[in-house]
Design a protein around this ligand. Sequence first.
Ligand code: SF4
Ligand code: SF4
Length: 136
Amino acid sequence: MTFSNETISLFQQLADLTAPKCRECRAPMSCCSSEYCEMALILAKEAETPLEPTGHPRLKLMGPNGCVAPPHLRPLCTFHLCSINNNGYDKDAEFTKQYFELRKQAEYAWGVDYSWQEKLDEDAKSLVRGTPGKSE
Ligand code: SF4
Ligand code: SF4
């Protein structure tokens, strides 16, 4: 699978939009969890842009200056912002509007690039039903 430049750019824009909020965080990166690093490593491999674990004892993709995964390869991490997650909005109304507009575009673009997954799922279902090739 490959990610379009548009998808990569939208995710980068979303990461850039939320970064200043996270810079004010009292517990930066406390939102990180090892399974998200694992997901990013798998996705990076599928996209044939493998990532190297950093050697961090708990978070495989955490480097000395933050996460080393590009935003489109860690979509759930990119979408996550505590204010949005906890309340459904940020106290900055203009930010909230920008966030959801960009997120909608990023989700759509990511889904388009990832649509091969649906084909794969269909093939798998056909095999289970004993009718391989039906989805071709
Ligand atoms: S998402 Fe939340 S916990 Fe993570 S860095 Fe941002 S504000 Fe802090
Ligand atoms: S992929 Fe990066 S942002 Fe996501 S949990 Fe791992 S270190 Fe944190």
